[in-house]
Design a protein around this ligand. Structure first.
Ligand SMILES: [Zn+2]
Length: 213
């Protein structure tokens, strides 16, 4: 079986392909000669940050940093992965089977030992909507596990490989909100944490396509 994919941008077109024809992102670990898309290769996170390499193609980033994130990350502005080129990120959001098929679940079993869960509040579910968050500012936290993304210059929302509708985006954000709210309630100062979450939520809604600006 081989897959039919959107035409990749040149930097992605140069990547190796797996058995069914998917380009293998630069960050992916190769295990026994096969790429395992669930696992980040050893040293890739360090290199991406230190040398400002695109997470998806491995080439040098420009001024723009594009993060492929779930819609809830528009609320808390956190990414578990370093940035990519804008065109690489858009390609991933439209071609990656995990991001484009809401029915697909992450396979959490049979992961090799080096696959570590990120710390912090990461929501382990397929959000159905993939967001490409483009910013000129970002920073990595000292433990390298999470990335704080700056104000966006552009946001693009996708579902099933096409542009997401306003109602899909809203449904995706709303369905994840109870998880963030539950985390805020566990905070040492829950009232302040919930107020901050409300502020973040309102800020995120202004980015949803099709709304009043
Ligand atoms: Zn790239």
């Amino acid at each position: 079986m081989t897959v039919t994919l959107p035409t990749p941008p040149p930097r992605i077109a140069r990547l190796p392909r797996n058995k069914v024809g998917y380009p293998v992102p630069w960050f992916v670990a190769w295990i026994d000669g096969q790429p395992d898309f669930r696992v980040v290769g050893i040293g890739k996170l360090d290199d991406a940050v230190r040398f400002r390499q695109c997470w998806l193609c491995g080439q040098a980033l420009g001024a723009n940093a594009a993060f492929v994130i779930g819609p809830m990350c528009a609320v808390n502005r956190v990414s578990a992965e370093p940035p990519s080129h804008r065109d690489c990120a858009i390609y991933a959001a439209t071609a990656c089977p995990f991001l484009t098929n809401p029915g697909m679940r992450r396979r959490g079993n049979n992961l090799p030992d080096e696959a570590a869960d990120p710390d912090g509040i990461m929501i382990d579910r397929n959000p159905g909507v993939a967001l490409v968050w483009i910013s000129r500012t970002w920073r990595v936290r000292t433990d390298y596990r999470l990335f704080d993304v700056g104000d966006p210059t552009e946001t693009r929302w996708y579902a099933e490989g096409r542009e997401a509708t306003r109602s899909e985006v809203l449904a995706s954000i709303t369905s994840g909100l109870p998880l963030l709210r539950a985390e805020a309630e566990k905070d040492r100062r829950p009232a302040a944490a919930l107020a901050e979450l409300d502020r973040q939520y309102t800020r995120a809604l202004a980015l949803v396509p099709g709304g009043a600006r």
